[in-house]
Design a protein around this ligand. Structure first.
Ligand code: ADP
Ligand code: MG
Length: 258
């Protein structure tokens, strides 16, 4: 019981992930408190996406463990050593589809509404009527109540990404994961997506956001984590990390991203 009170929502302990000889995530430990916004920054190839995917269990991990409210939801897979069924179920309940990708990944032959309703209907077996009613509310939340019947090809990139956010919300995930959600957008479409994310942050959603949008990170993040070569090299408040980084590597990086 006490562990539920004291443990952070999500805890990574010494997590490593290899691709062949490459250590894409190198001994990362990270606590994410409920209701907090953590931005992950760092150069291309530093392991940000891989780290996010290990949280979501889209990647297995080679060393370490991942805990949700003190319950192990993932750990290294040794020979003959499997993730317990209970952990697998818990993980699916908690984290499925809470992720927003750079390239939206909407179903092209589904309308906006059908995209948002698909997860609850097919992964959760929610009834069509209920799922569609909920989907309409989530589309309204992201400012797209009037685009419910449009197909992705009929929407701008910013609108498509907002549909993708509504789709993530529809699964009622405990943590929202964003992997460079505005990187594929034309500059004039970035703000409408960031505005939706700001709204989520201020309504208390727990968010883990990989981003290059430093102004957003500075304004919204409780914590900024900087990665380089698979490792966390800095972690702290935005003012600490962006304005007074301690490592030369971080100084160079923040100078380059402005
Ligand atoms: P970032 O998101 O910070 O740009 P990634 O997590 O995508 O970095 O990648 C970290 C490193 O792992 C990179 O060197 C990348 O080439 C490598 N990598 C990522 N995914 C795979 C994969 N599926 N197979 C092999 N190497 C990969
Ligand atoms: Mg990436």
């Amino acid at each position: 019981m006490s562990s539920i009170e004291n443990d952070p929502l999500l805890r990574l302990v010494n997590v490593s992930k290899y691709f062949g000889d490459l250590k894409a995530v190198d001994n990362v430990s990270l606590d994410i408190e409920a209701g907090s916004v953590t931005c992950i920054v760092g150069p291309s190839g530093s392991g940000k996406s891989t780290l996010l995917r290990t949280v979501n269990m889209m990647e297995t991990i080679d060393e370490g463990a991942v805990f949700f409210r003190g319950q192990m939801i993932g750990h290294e897979l040794r020979k003959g050593h499997r993730i317990p069924v209970k952990a697998t179920v818990a993980r699916q309940k908690i984290l499925d589809f809470g992720m927003v990708f750079q390239h939206f990944n909407l179903f092209p032959h589904f309308t906006a509404l059908e995209n948002v309703a698909a997860g609850p209907m097919f992964a959760r077996r929610a009834g069509r009527k209920k799922a569609h009613a909920a989907a309409r509310r989530y589309l309204e939340q992201v400012g797209l109540g009037d685009r419910a019947d449009h197909y992705p090809s009929e929407l701008s990139g910013g609108q498509q990404q907002r549909v993708a956010i509504a789709r993530a919300l529809a699964m009622e995930p405990q943590i929202l994961l964003f992997d460079e959600p505005t990187s594929a957008l034309d500059p004039e479409l970035v703000n409408e997506v960031l505005a939706v994310m700001r709204g989520l942050a201020s309504s208390g959603s727990t968010m883990l956001v990989v981003t290059h949008e430093m102004r957003f990170a500075e304004e919204v993040a409780d914590d900024i984590v900087m990665m380089d070569a698979g490792r966390i090299i800095e972690r702290g408040s935005p003012s600490q990390i962006i304005h007074t980084p301690s490592s030369p590597r971080a100084k160079t990086f923040f100078a380059s991203v402005g």
